[in-house]
Design a protein around this ligand. Structure first.
Ligand SMILES: [Zn+2]
Length: 267
């Protein structure tokens, strides 16, 4: 058993699991910037006091799981203790950058072609150029097996949330990474925020508008030339393939004066 403090940076949309009912891929960084993946977390069934948000520090007891060879994966064996408020974005996201970028960035082509998930399965990458944000229609129904998994009641449930909605779209970024010979990547994004934004805007303005709003936020705003955009990427255990699990987009620093401000040299 190990006790760790973690700054949450990633929360993916829940997926049904026959073993754990529904799970949210949760990841974050420790003080030194090293990545940790926590599971299983049946987030929506937990007591509200454990509903951590992105950029909050939490404390948990963990152990290495037996069936997951990925070095960053840890099994949660305690309740989740929330230690801080949400770390704010003051000073060009200085406090968040300090931890998130502490270990630098990786190159997507290198991760995809030269690594396997037994060595690395979570990273920050810098897209050199984001070309598009696209979606494909998928089923709006869970499979029968998934419905059974989701409907299971458990003795210690603190919450009884409504049935998890199957979002009928798959959203992906198309981008070039920093590798000079990069042929381009099309990678799915499974950030909870994407799905929530779609659901919310669709419920108010209809499906077409919902999709438009998601693109406005995740392409026009997050990947705007004014932002210094990064992607959090992680592997899917069964396949070892990489997906995007979150975005990080502090404002681009234009002048050296601002740069100095970031490190507090002007104060
Ligand atoms: Zn590439």
């Amino acid at each position: 058993m190990e006790k760790i403090e973690l700054l949450i940076t990633v929360k993916t949309y829940p997926t049904p699991s026959t073993r754990y009912r529904e799970i949210v891929c949760t990841a974050g960084v420790k003080q030194d910037g090293s990545w940790i993946r926590l599971y299983p977390i049946d987030y929506r069934f937990k007591d509200y006091s454990q509903w951590y948000k992105k950029y909050q520090w939490i404390e948990v007891d963990v152990e290495k799981p037996k069936q997951d060879p990925r070095p960053e994966s840890y099994k949660l064996i305690s309740d989740i203790k929330i230690l801080s408020k949400i770390i704010d974005t003051k000073n060009n996201w200085a406090e968040r950058k300090k931890y998130v970028l502490a270990k630098g960035t990786k190159i997507m082509c290198w991760l995809e072609h030269n690594q396997n998930q037994n060595n690395i399965s979570l990273a920050v990458i810098k897209p050199k150029k984001v070309k598009d944000f696209v979606w494909e229609k998928t089923s709006n129904q869970w499979t029968t097996k998934q419905i059974y998994a989701l409907a299971e009641m458990r003795l210690f449930d603190k919450n009884h949330p409504s049935q998890l909605e199957k979002i009928p779209y798959k959203f992906s970024y198309i981008f070039i990474c920093e590798e000079p010979n990069c042929k381009g990547h099309k990678m799915m994004i499974e950030d909870w925020e994407v799905m929530e934004l779609f659901r919310r805007t669709r419920d108010s303005y209809g499906e077409k508008e919902g999709l438009k709003k998601v693109k406005e936020k995740f392409l026009d705003e997050i990947c705007s030339p004014k932002k210094d955009t990064y992607f959090f990427v992680g592997t899917v255990l069964q396949y070892g393939s990489w997906i995007i699990i979150g975005t990080f987009y502090p404002p681009k620093l234009q002048q050296s004066g601002e740069q100095m401000n970031l490190f507090g040299l002007n104060h």
